[in-house]
Design a protein around this ligand. Structure first.
Ligand code: FAD
Ligand code: MLT
Ligand code: ZN
Length: 487
């Protein structure tokens, strides 16, 4: 495959971060007094889980862990840190994939955890609206909405820990984007404390609002670099009436995409998940995750997990009939006969990251290209990488219908634990070059964090980098918000 590598000019493109200060004892005492014993800690044991990312790849230090109970306390923290030019690293559930919530190694930053701010302020069923504090865990919102006959249609493997603030700040995607979009399309607006300590309130569900730039949309996907989100107003949808979940074995990702279009024609407005699972990913889950069973009797090179839903009162979507018209595309299929089987299929899909982590090092790439180009990209890209970097094994899975695949490259068998830090860099550069050449994105849903900062600068066009830097400098002139991330 021909590729074009741009000469890196990182210094010219990188944001010049202002000098920051370590917090003084007086500042720490003032914060301790303001936040009380539940909201302030310097105990190394308490801090420890906040200093390493989910993958265990980034480790940092912090001067203190701040856990405010409400937005007024967030305002007080940000004002105090802005005055003292002290760095703040916001953190939600710490499930992010790019080291975005991990402080650097200097120990000069404070970690601001939103975990105590977990109130669902209102659920307005008539308006299909939920207003949640930033620390609300996604699964808790799912449960609360369900109790009232509604649902929040964004889900992902980390739903038991990921928070509304983190989901907004990464513009998270997940397994229902096909039908409902990413967080950007599910959030009416946010409430946030901006880097100077001012409170920005935009929680009204206005259908029309053209007061200039959308500050809420700017904060969504900002990865904590433009302020601290304290609450969000979220769109709800009617609860699912019935669902059909199917596991389908196929010969190629190309057939998978043709099948998706076929199912969308046969079952309009019903298909909400269509997840690609290669044999390698299924094997990893079967090997490392207890109590899972392969849904099909024989292995297949590729599989898809399909979920079709209907609103209350309608019969379950007839995926079986739709598949009968596509027998030339598929090798085998199993339709979940009950909720236990459906959950079993989902468990396989949602455990891929965990299984891959248990298996050993892998260079992870969260990429998107135009949907129609993804099948070819996956097949040709994997062959190219495995040939160029002997011994590596591509594990490409995920959100095919969104043109977003986790194109992960597993280390050769027997590679040292620090393979990703020492040896995977040329692989990552090559994958990202291929993606850029295909007109795609090196971050489809996880964000940039500290992991892809240099790659963003290397591969972005200067206009994008200039605009990102200008916005950052204008809103956060002292550079206190999540330094070292994104820019
Ligand atoms: P954190 O990890 O704590 O933080 C993420 C970023 O947001 C950091 O930059 C942090 O500084 C910032 N931040 C957090 N809270 C705030 C706030 N209140 N204000 C300002 N900034 C804040 N992601 C997907 O998009 N799709 C998936 O399908 C998906 N699947 C996953 C599966 C597994 C098993 C795991 C472990 C992760 C998965 N992720 C997925 C990644 C992750 O769950 C998301 O990025 C999620 O949005 C992170 O939420 P969090 O609360 O854990 O945020
Ligand atoms: C997923 O879709 O499972 C995730 O985004 C996690 C991953 O990339 O590992
Ligand atoms: Zn994903």
């Amino acid at each position: 495959m021909e590729i074009r590598t741009k000469a890196p000019n990182l210094d010219a493109l990188r944001y010049a971060a202002p000098m920051l200060a370590a917090p003084t004892p007086a500042l720490l005492d003032a914060l301790a007094a303001r936040l009380g014993p539940h909201g302030f800690s310097r105990d190394p044991h308490e801090l420890e889980p906040y200093l390493t990312d989910w993958r265990g790849r980034y480790h940092g230090k912090a001067a203190a862990l701040l856990s405010p109970a409400n937005r007024d306390e967030v305002v007080a923290i940000v004002k105090a840190c802005a005055d003292a030019k002290v760095a703040i690293v916001p953190q939600g559930g710490n499930t992010g994939m790019v080291g975005g919530a991990t402080p650097d190694a200097t120990g000069g930053a404070v970690v601001l955890s939103l975990k105590r701010m977990r109130a669902v302020r209102t659920i307005d069923v008539a308006a299909d609206l939920a207003i949640c504090e930033a620390g609300v865990v996604l699964a808790d919102l799912h449960a609360k909405a369900e109790d009232l006959g509604r649902r929040f249609p964004l889900s992902l493997g980390a739903k038991g820990s990921a928070t509304i603030g983190g989901l907004c700040s990464t513009n998270a995607g997940g397994v229902q984007v096909l039908r409902f979009g990413t967080m950007r399309s599910l959030v009416h607006g946010v409430e946030a404390v901006l880097p100077d300590g001012s409170l920005f309130e935009d929680l009204q569900p206005l259908k029309k609002d053209n007061r200039g730039y959308s500050i809420s949309q700017l904060l969504i996907g900002a990865e904590g670099t433009l302020g601290v989100i304290t609450a969000a107003s979220l769109r709800l949808y009617p609860k699912i009436g019935a669902r059909t979940v199917a596991w389908i074995g196929l010969a190629s990702p190309e057939n998978a995409l043709i099948l998706l279009r076929h199912l969308e024609r046969k079952l309009p407005e019903r298909i909400e998940s269509f997840e690609l699972v290669p044999k390698s990913a299924l094997d990893l889950v079967l090997q490392h995750i207890p109590n899972v069973q392969a849904p099909l009797a024989q292995p297949h090179p590729w599989n898809v997990l399909v979920e079709a839903t209907v609103p209350d009162g309608s019969p379950a979507p007839d995926v079986a009939s739709a598949l009968e018209d596509a027998l030339d595309l598929i090798e085998d299929a199993a339709i979940a006969a009950n909720e236990t089987q459906a959950e079993g299929m989902w468990r396989i899909r949602e455990s891929i990251s965990e299984a891959e982590k248990k298996d050993g090092p892998a260079a992870k790439h969260d990429i998107s290209v135009p949907v129609s180009a993804m099948p070819g990209f996956v097949v040709r890209g994997a062959a190219d990488i495995e040939k160029r970097f002997p011994g590596t094994r591509v594990n490409a899975f995920g959100h095919l219908g969104d043109g977003n695949i986790h194109f992960n490259v597993r280390a050769p068998v027997g590679a040292p634990k620090d393979w990703v830090d020492t040896s995977s860099h040329p692989i990552t550069e090559h994958v990202h070059d291929l993606v850029t050449q295909a007109g795609g994105s090196i971050s489809a849903e996880h964000g940039i964090g500290q992991m892809k900062r240099d790659e963003l600068a290397r591969l972005s066009d200067p206009a994008r980098m200039h605009a990102l830097r200008a916005i950052k400098t204008a809103l956060d002139p002292h550079g206190i918000m999540n330094p070292g991330k994104l820019l």
